[in-house]
Write a protein that binds this ligand. Structure first.
Ligand SMILES: *Cc1c(COP(=O)(O)O)cnc(C)c1O
Length: 401
């Protein structure tokens, strides 16, 4: 039985993430007219500011009412048709689902299976692209942050592989659990289609797929004769340019998005990324102090938004996550698919600070103690405290002194 909790629940799954109070208040508004004459003065600057989050000057941002999965569907159906060749690596549940979506749309999917715990194999992609001299490959797909395993891949490396052989394939990035939390550079990395969602780095409830599309991909889309309606880029472009939508937009979420984007830009994207790195390092310090290991096999794969952590053999991570939830109202991520029962995940992205991370780590230690996992009590929390202290803002020292 779940208790009635008097305090806040601890939400540390890698999406949905905690929604900041000012964003919640911005969403909680009376319904409004989505054809109001003053809507464009709100929407057009919002689209412009979203471009800053994607780091693009020339790309076009789309907001679809859907979860991230709909963002994938929009990305693919606008730019590919059945039989088109797609190159993708599979190394976790999310890249697996993206493969599945592509197969269901009838694309010719070249899947490179990689050990779960590693990321996109840039060298193998480079070899395949070099061998594809007649340019059969139309799309190269990169899951920038595999949320199931806590692995971040090298998008710039894949762009370099394409460029080194002048390959014209479009580059697609699933940035659902990375964009607005981990460095992402649409223009500099030559990304053609980037997919994100509202409930992770954007700190909103689920319900918006946020895409950014290059002019090159828009040109492909305008020639593409595949089936789509709800997710059609052309319908969106036609109405968005005047600040409207082709159908009823979820205005409450979009009002919240305005505030979330302001928060990101006010903090500064580089500071947002640095905050995620520092908090993630605190989590990783705790994991190693506990004597546990990450699913991510090497530091270069470490994700700054989610850590997937192996429990020692003999301990079922599914039961562990259940205990955390029922006894303490602490939501940790379960292990998915291949790593089900073996890993649990701590989501550390979005609206997050040191205190929140310490509560996730303290709660995890409490559950480890109850569950009988051998570790030195306080070691993880202590290691995180040490890291946060050592890397803290310098003016804090001045105040303390
Ligand atoms: C969450 C997530 C998705 C799917 O998003 P939904 O909003 O659940 O449809 C896709 N890819 C990655 C990497 C994710 O983390």
């Amino acid at each position: 039985m779940t208790r009635n909790f008097t305090g806040t629940r601890g939400l540390f799954v890698p999406g949905p993430t905690n929604v900041p109070e000012q964003v919640r208040q911005a969403i909680d508004i009376p319904m409004e007219d989505h054809r109001a004459p003053d809507l464009p003065s709100f929407m057009i600057p919002l689209f412009a500011d979203l471009k800053k989050v994607f780091k693009t000057d020339t790309g076009q941002v789309f907001i679809f009412p859907s979860s991230g999965t709909g963002g994938w569907e929009a990305a693919m159906t606008n730019t590919l048709s059945a039989g088109d060749k797609v190159l993708i690596a599979r190394f976790g549940q999310f890249s697996h689902l993206w493969v599945d979506l592509c197969e269901r749309h009838g694309y010719d999917v070249d899947v490179v299976d990689v050990d779960w715990g590693e990321g996109v194999p840039v060298e193998i992609f480079a070899e395949k692209l070099a061998a594809d001299t007649d340019h059969q490959i139309k799309a190269v797909l990169v899951t920038q942050n595999e949320t199931a395993t806590g692995v971040t891949s090298d998008v710039a490396g894949v762009r370099a592989a394409l460029d080194s052989v002048d390959h014209p394939a479009l580059l697609y990035v699933d940035g659902v659990s990375s964009i607005a939390s981990i460095d992402f550079r649409m223009d500099e990395w030559g990304v053609d289609v980037a997919v994100s969602g509202s409930q992770k780095g954007f700190m909103l409830p689920a319900g918006l797929a946020i895409l950014c599309v290059s002019q090159k991909a828009l040109a492909v889309a305008s020639e593409m004769r595949s089936y789509r309606c709800y997710f059609d880029f052309a319908d969106m472009i036609k109405t968005n340019k005047d600040g409207y939508f082709p159908y009823t937009p979820p205005m409450s979420l979009i009002r919240g998005l305005r505030v979330a984007v302001d928060m990101l830009l006010d903090e500064g994207l580089e500071q947002v990324f640095a905050r995620h790195t520092r908090l993630a390092e605190g989590v990783r310090a705790a994991v190693s102090a506990w004597g546990l290991t990450l699913c991510a096999k090497a530091p270069k794969w470490h994700s700054d938004t989610v850590s997937a952590i192996y429990l020692p053999t003999g301990f079922d991570s599914g039961q562990f996550v259940k205990l955390a939830y029922h006894r303490y109202g602490l939501s940790l991520g379960v292990g998915l698919s291949k790593v089900a029962g073996r890993v649990f995940r701590i989501g550390h992205l979005g609206d997050l600070n040191e205190l929140m991370v310490l509560s996730a780590l303290g709660g995890t230690e409490l559950v480890m103690r109850d569950f009988g996992v051998p570790f030195e009590q306080g070691s993880g929390v202590g290691a995180a405290i040490e890291h946060f202290h050592a890397t803290g803002e310098s003016e804090m020292g001045t105040i303390a002194a």
